[in-house]
Structures are given as C-alpha cells and as structure tokens.
Unconditional design. Structure first.
Length: 250
C-alpha cells in the first residue's frame, strides 16, 4: 500500500468527504454482519469517517491506517469513541492477531491495496465464517456537474484516473479477490454542497494539488467556475452512489 498519497490531506479529507448512508448500516444489521458481540478491523480507515459510523453497532474496532496525517485526524475524533483502537499499520500487515476479527471493512481504500497480499492478511486475521465488506462513495458520472468536475481534474491533475483511482466497479472485477459467491448492493447517497464544500471535496483527492503547488490557484478557479455554472441558491447537488461488495476468502 502506498502510504504517502494522502500526505497533507487529513484536514480537508475529514472536512469534505461524505458520510455513508443510514440505510447501509440498517442493511448490515439485517444481514447480521454487525452486532454488539462483533469485533471489526476497519482497514485503510483514513480520518475515521466510516469507523465512527460503525462504532455504535459493534463491540470493538481496530482502525488500521498507515498515513500519519490521516491517522492523527482520526485519533482526535476517536477520543469520543472508546471502542475504537487506532493502529499504525498497513492493509497488507495489520499487526492484528490471528483469527481476531469477525468482520473486515474497507471504505474508500481497497483500490490502493496490494490485492493478493491483503487477501492473505484477511485470511489470517478473520475468524471462521468472517466476512469482508468493501465500500465506496462513488460519484455518479451520469450527472453533468460530476462530468464537468472530472474535466477540470483531467486538465489540472496529471495523476487523475477517474473515480477511486480509475476503479472498475463491475462485479466481475472483484472475482480475483473474493472466493466463491459474493454480493453487491448499492444505495443512493446524494449530497448538496455549498461552494466551499464543493471545492474542498476535490481538494481532498489524492491527485489534487496542495496549496504550495504551482497549479493550485488555477485549479481552484476552475472548480469555482463549475460550481457557478451548476449552483442554485448557492448550492449544488452532488450525487453519490454507495457501492458495496460483500464476500469471504478462504
């Protein structure tokens, strides 16, 4: 796992990235994946957005995050959640004991992992019959505002490959990771952003320039133009689809 892609992104990431919809957690409870007896490893936990939302529904969570900037922001938040333990480790080497967790969750991070090494680590730390949840808040490219936003990214961000580093969200693209049958579910998670939040959302991405980069000011001006084009009464609808992939490894 590349651990430095989000250096200097912790503050804006924590501020701008969306939560996950309530219906997702209701679904996970109905599927008995969450419960007060469950121990979870939230791998690539970043600033703790998904981790904090999981907290009320499980016994304990190991928040696995190797990036210092992101993890430090998360640890400030985790002071309010006594059942979350922050762990400085990678997806491929979580440092957790063998067969120690009932569920592994990965929110907005799987595309950065070494799949083979992470799969082996999942096999090691999962209890028998334990499951893995991969989840993304994916921007809906059917929306004109998203397409215009992406056009700006392509112009100013050399490393931009599309949503989630160009992730292929087709179900079959996960067949090399999960063993046997696995499930996909989707939920609407559309948000509304004012101009500040709209710009911050783009700046939170790994490919976006930081404040000291030469293209930063031009990038922000281009984002402001997109916002101004699509805004109504100072807000823009920003459509997300929460995509989930659930299965096991053996």
């Amino acid at each position: 796992m590349n651990t430095n892609k989000f250096d200097e992104k912790g503050k804006v990431y924590a501020k701008a990235r969306p939560d996950y919809p309530k219906v997702l957690f209701e679904f996970l409870i109905s599927e008995q994946m969450l419960g007060k007896e469950k121990t979870v490893a939230d791998v690539g936990s970043g600033t703790g957005i998904f981790t904090a939302q999981l907290s009320p529904f499980v016994k304990s969570i190991f928040a696995i995050e190797p990036n210092d900037d992101m993890r430090n922001k998360a640890e400030d938040k985790f002071k309010l959640y006594p059942n979350i333990a922050s762990v400085n480790a990678t997806a491929e080497n979580t440092t957790l004991p063998n067969t120690s967790v009932d569920l592994i969750t990965v929110a907005q991070a799987f595309h950065w992992f070494d799949r083979k090494a992470f799969k082996n680590e999942c096999k090691r730390i999962l209890k028998p019959k334990g499951k893995i949840l991969l989840v993304w808040n994916d921007r809906d490219t059917a929306s004109e505002v998203i397409r215009d936003n992406f056009a700006v990214n392509k112009t100013f961000c050399p490393n931009f490959k599309g949503s989630s580093n160009g992730m292929d969200f087709a179900k079959e693209s996960f067949a090399d990771f999960f063993d046997g049958e696995y499930e996909t579910v989707e939920f609407d998670n559309s948000l509304v952003y004012d101009k500040e939040a709209f710009i911050a959302r783009s700046l939170s991405s790994s490919y976006a320039p930081n404040e000291n980069d030469l293209m930063f000011d031009e990038y922000v001006k281009a984002l402001e133009s997109v916002f101004n084009k699509h805004q109504t009464n100072g807000i823009v609808k920003y459509p997300y689809i929460t995509r989930c992939y659930i299965g096991t490894v053996r």
